[in-house]
Write a protein that binds this ligand. Structure first.
Ligand SMILES: [Zn+2]
Length: 196
């Protein structure tokens, strides 16, 4: 669906990006993010997705998020993936493959899984998020070292991960973890038994 004049003005800086362009912005505007779970990082991911032009639909309470009014979908670009942003506590569907993009957000990082990803592979990466690498002295958390907890960064990266999938820049399952020093690492996805 072509962008109207107000959308062209609103998203002009994104449209100028080579990786986005007019078609990419149309795709972002047609994409929808459904939210299950709660948490600061999920709220941030919703805010960035909405700012990028995508519709955000909360299926569960998202605390602290100024949700823009949900815009009706155009229905014109059926190939554009929807996404579900969720916390690790929300179970994945019990199917062999995801039927939509899923971005799982946790304190320890995020997993971005395009539609058609193997659910077992995704679960393996989500489990890895729950058990971050052990710290040497047990006390060097990002908080005690004076760095702010990177929840906003995780949320922003989650929105970016979804946008990259919508724009066709990313087609692989990806896991991004918070390292012991508070930095973020993009790690090769773990694979289930069937996909080793
Ligand atoms: Zn697999």
């Amino acid at each position: 669906m072509p962008l109207d004049e107000s959308q062209i003005v609103r998203f002009s800086r994104q449209i100028l990006l080579r990786a986005v362009g007019g078609r990419g912005q149309e795709a972002l505007v047609s994409a929808r993010v459904r939210v299950t779970g709660a948490g600061e990082a999920i709220a941030t991911a919703c805010a960035y997705s909405a700012a990028g032009g995508s519709s955000v639909e909360a299926l569960a309470p998202v605390r602290g998020f100024p949700i823009a009014p949900h815009r009706p979908l155009s229905g014109e670009m059926g190939a554009i993936p929807d996404a579900r942003f969720q916390s690790p506590d929300v179970p994945l569907p019990d199917t062999a493959q995801l039927d939509e993009t899923v971005v799982v957000i946790a304190d320890g990082g995020l997993v971005a899984a395009p539609a058609q990803s193997c659910t077992s592979c995704v679960l393996k990466n989500v489990s890895a998020l729950r058990s971050p690498p052990a710290r040497d002295d047990g006390a060097a958390t990002s908080q005690s070292s004076g760095l702010p907890p990177p929840v906003d960064l995780i949320g922003a990266l989650a929105a970016l991960a979804h946008q990259r999938i919508v724009l066709g820049l990313e087609r692989e399952l990806r896991r991004i973890e918070v390292a012991a020093d508070g930095s973020l690492q993009s790690l090769p996805a773990l694979r289930c038994e069937a996909h080793r």
